[in-house]
Design a binder for this molecule. Structure first.
Ligand code: NAD
Ligand code: DAU
Length: 336
């Protein structure tokens, strides 16, 4: 199988490439990635001689057409992925997430190539903190941020291309991922690398917001399950019952570093901050037989902390620029 992986130099995409090469000797991987600030050549360095890497924009329709024409399937991870960035500068999100997805859909339509679209639970908006409900495949779309609205737009394009043109596509909407190779702008790696650097973790607001954590390797196993057995035209939610509020996550990280539970700073909250995400993944489990392997969040967190401790060469050059960006956008301590 000739597989085109967009965004294969990013967090989830690079893990997907590593996992695919380790478990699927029959798959030839081509990565298409623009190598934005979030794309990492060194994340692919261990496997660079076993894959093709093309540097380019998914919105470049000629380039995409030629790569898709020689592929059997496309897995589309490429995106602008960070909510805080989308609040500061939305245009790259519209360009990559909407126009880029359109360009891929047109190419898979022309060449009748199987397409899997990676999306997020954020398209459903948020849930109340005290609501026992979870998102399901039939929850109405209600995105809050520029990031999530562009992801929702791209999902809707996929659905329309399936219905109108018979494109052979599936969609997955996953909850918050953690694990190796995640950019230090994101919540968990930011706090781990802060603590390595002797900086107190930074909690937005009171830290009551809840995210539903899943290890990136479980997400990618689910993607392969959908590629293997998913029904064309269908959407599958991916989640591992990993709900924790942000304060608890920070305290688990502090505990792993042997620090006091209140050794963090509360900083300016994110505007429009979604309260809670929670995924009901029973469809994927019942219909396709998938189940997560990394069920202990504490163990997954411990191995992720160990990974950041032993891969400082991978993240060090991103750290100061990232923190500078947070400062420039006005992040301020509101309570010690
Ligand atoms: P990431 O930001 O780490 O990586 C994105 C990759 O896309 C980078 O390598 C970047 O260089 C590349 N890219 C950006 N614009 C591009 C363009 N125009 N053309 C080609 N490549 C481009 O993101 P991630 O966290 O790995 O997320 C991957 C996908 O998974 C995204 O679609 C995201 O919406 C989705 N998702 C992420 C999470 C999560 O928790 N991180 C959860 C659910 C879904
Ligand atoms: O739910 C899936 C989504 O998860 C993906 O679609 C996104 O691509 C991914 O970035 C992630 O979005 P979040 O906005 O939930 O992730 P982030 O890591 O930015 O923040 C997680 C939570 O932690 C959120 O409630 C904001 C909070 N936070 C974040 C940072 C960076 C803090 O409290 N402090 C911080 O320093």
């Amino acid at each position: 199988m000739r597989l085109l992986v967009t965004g294969g130099a990013g967090f989830i995409g690079s893990n997907f490439v590593h996992q695919t090469l380790a478990s699927r000797p029959d798959v030839e991987v081509t990565v298409l990635d623009l190598f934005t600030y979030a794309g990492s050549r060194s994340a692919l360095a261990p496997v660079a001689d076993r894959i093709s890497i093309v540097e380019g924009d998914i919105a470049d329709r000629e380039l995409v057409d030629s790569l898709v024409s020689t592929s059997d399937a496309v897995v589309h991870f490429a995106a602008e992925s960070h909510n805080d960035n989308s609040l500061a500068e939305p245009w790259p999100f519209v360009h990559t997430n909407v126009v880029g997805t359109f360009s891929l859909l047109e190419a898979v339509r022309r060449h009748d190539v199987r397409y899997h679209h990676i999306s997020t639970d954020e398209v459903y908006g948020d849930l109340e903190l005290d609501d026992p409900a979870k998102f399901t495949e039939s929850t109405p779309y209600n995105p809050s941020s520029p990031y999530s609205s562009t992801k929702a737009s791209s999902d809707l394009l996929v659905r329309a291309w399936v219905r109108s043109f018979g494109v052979r596509a599936t969609i997955s909407n996953c909850s918050n991922n953690y694990g190796p190779y995640q950019h230090v702008e994101k919540f968990i790696p930011r706090q781990i690398t802060n603590l390595i650097d002797g900086i107190r973790p930074r909690l937005y607001g009171a830290g009551q917001n809840v995210r539903d954590w899943i290890h990136v390797w479980d997400h990618n196993d689910a993607v392969w399950t959908i590629l293997d057995r998913g029904e064309i035209g269908e959407t599958y939610l991916i989640g591992a019952n990993g709900e924790h509020d942000n304060r608890t996550v920070v305290q688990l990280i502090l505990q792993a570093f042997g620090r006091d539970a209140d050794d963090f700073d509360q900083v300016t909250d994110r505007p429009g901050h979604d309260l809670r995400y929670a995924i009901d993944s029973s469809r994927l489990r019942k219909e396709l037989g998938w189940a997560p392997k990394y069920e202990s969040f504490t163990d997954g967190l411990a191995s992720t902390i160990e990974w950041y401790r032993s891969h400082e060469d991978w993240w060090r050059h991103q750290k100061e620029r990232t923190e500078q960006g947070y400062r420039e956008r006005g992040e301020k301590t509101i309570a010690p």
